[in-house]
Design a protein around this ligand. Structure first.
Ligand SMILES: [Zn+2]
Length: 52
């Protein structure tokens, strides 16, 4: 499952497929933003210790 910029997949940890940078969404209405490091728009869901 790949998530792209602008999608709102809900709270959780997402990981940049390109460089591995973490992106955290803290609100159900937060949208995925381009990676801070490499500007990639492709993320996959990461295991999130903060919400388990
Ligand atoms: Zn990246």
């Amino acid at each position: 499952m790949v998530y792209r910029c602008g999608e709102k997949p809900g709270k959780g940890r997402y990981i940049c497929i390109n460089c591995g940078e973490d992106l955290y969404l803290d609100d159900e209405m937060d949208a995925i933003l381009p990676c801070e490091k490499c500007n990639s728009c492709y993320f996959q869901k990461g295991f999130d210790m903060r919400y388990t």
